[in-house]
Each structure stands twice: as C-alpha cells, then as structure tokens.
Design a protein around this ligand. Structure first.
Ligand code: MG
Length: 280
C-alpha cells in the first residue's frame, strides 16, 4: 500500500481563504490509514447531493457539460449526442464508462471538462450550520474517523468541501479514480472492499462492520452498504419525489422497516442533512 497523500492546499486558490474550513486538511489524505490508527468507529460521508442539497441543481449543470462533451469530442449534433448519452448511461451506469470503452476517451480530460469546469461557487457557499453540526458530532467523541466517500474524482470533492467550509473536518477521502480502468465506484462491492482496505476494516468482521456509520443520498449506495453489514446507514432523501419513490419500492420494508427509523437494524431516512445529528 502507498503512503497517505497529505493535502494542505486550498483547491480554490490562495486568495479564497475567506471562511473557516476552506483549506482541506485530511490527516490521512486518500489513505490507507497507518497501521494501528484507531478505526473502530468510522463515520462515512458521501459528498454530492448529500453535504449540499440536490436542489442546488449541480447535477443538471453536469448534464449540460456532458452533452457538450459528447458533441465536441465525438463531433455529434444535439440529437445524436443526447441519444448516445442516454444509451451509455442506461447501459453502463456512467456515461464516462461508455466513452472510455467505445471511444478511448481520456477519463481525466472528461473530468476536467465536466466536473472541474462547473461553476460551483455560483450555487454553493459556506455553510456554517453544516460545519457546526459536524463539529458537534465529532466532539461527541463517539467516532474515531470521519471519512469522505465519493463517486466524483478528487478535484471536485476537494472543491466542494472547501466551498462548504468543512474541508478541515474529515480525516480522509476515498474517491472514484477515473484514471483507472475499469472504473470502480459505488455501489460496486469492489469499491466498498477497497474502502475497507483503506480503512483497515476486515469485510468479514461483523462486529467491526456494525460500528460503521454511512450517509448517502443514493438508494443504491445505501442498500449496498446495508447488504454488506454496515451497522448504521442513513439515506438522505431531500426531495419529496425521491422520498415518495422510495416508499413505493417493493423492497422498502426489507431495507427501511416501517420507515420510522425505529428499527435499528434498518436504513434510517433523513430529510435534512442537519437531522443527522439527532438520529445517530
Ligand atoms: Mg451523492
């Protein structure tokens, strides 16, 4: 395993240290954590549409960039670009996967033109309430590690946590490495197994897994974590439409019980990220 990479640089640039938590200080970088690091109780946090709200429409901003990328890179008109984008998304789960497989697109160039090109500061800003909530939870002393787990590439992840002002509150970050092929991301079991290696968690140690906390806005990601034995899984369902869709899922009872957060063996639902605190 490689040594942890430390990050102490503001991804927004040196002139942007205008609020607390704008400079990432992740003591274990991208991991793995050093041998002997206390790791029994780990709180894992998704980033996109989780630490900030889905209603910021960042997802839609990304779709605009992806559409343009299909047009420019493959020399397509709007209709062909749209159809191929939809086709790759439905076939592979990630549009990028189709581009890499079928057109040998450079995934890091894609990242540069999609995620890194987003004008995040036009829609995201310092969130002192989120920062204070996370600090209070850390100060409970119930967690050994706060760890970020994202399907984005590291640049985007660092930009987001810097703008939100929480970049100094986590011990490390696991991201989706677009430089590797095939791409491994949530909810693939392989992604979680690699995460366990990073955090020195034995995938077969049920007692250890029962102490893991995880929050994500994706139903697939939280279901995968629950299936792997994570003890405390939170599904952040911000939008009413997504909440209603989850309630109608045939597997709702299996994963969420009655949906009232009373059954400790089931996934808990939160409708506001700030409600995490009162549900842990
Ligand atoms: Mg997310």
């Amino acid at each position: 395993m490689t040594a942890p990479q430390l990050i102490d640089q503001n991804p927004l640039g040196p002139t942007r240290n205008s609020h607390p938590g704008s400079v990432p200080h992740l003591q274990y970088g991208f991991g793995p954590i050093p041998e002997g690091t206390p790791n029994h109780r780990i709180f894992l946090f998704d980033i996109d549409n989780c630490l900030y709200e889905r209603s910021t429409m960042i997802h839609d901003m990304m779709q605009v960039n992806i559409h343009q990328y299909f047009k420019d890179t493959l020399d397509l008109d709007d209709e062909c670009a749209h159809n191929l984008h939809v086709d790759y998304y439905q076939t592979y789960g990630l549009a990028l996967e189709g581009l890499v497989r079928n057109h040998q697109v450079d995934a890091l160039d894609y990242n540069l033109k999609i995620d890194d090109a987003l004008d995040l500061e036009s829609v995201l800003s310092y969130n002192p309430k989120l920062r204070e909530m996370l600090i209070r939870v850390r100060e409970l002393g119930r967690f050994d590690l706060f760890w970020l787990v994202t399907n984005a590439y590291k640049n985007h992840a660092l930009r987001v946590i810097s703008i939100l002002g929480v970049a100094d509150l986590f011990d490390g970050l696991t991201f989706c490495d677009y430089a590797q092929y095939p791409i491994v991301c949530k909810p693939m079991t392989e992604f979680y197994y690699r995460l366990f290696d990073t955090l020195r968690v034995d995938k077969d140690d049920k007692e250890h897994l029962s102490h893991l906390y995880f929050v994500d806005d994706s139903g697939l990601n939280v279901a995968a974590a629950h299936d792997l034995g994570f003890g405390h899984v939170f599904h952040y369902l911000e939008m009413d439409a997504d909440y209603k869709k989850a309630l109608q899922s045939p597997k709702f009872t299996e994963y969420y019980g009655k949906g009232d957060n009373k059954d400790k063996s089931k996934i808990k639902i939160i409708r506001l990220i700030l409600d995490l605190e009162k549900n842990i």
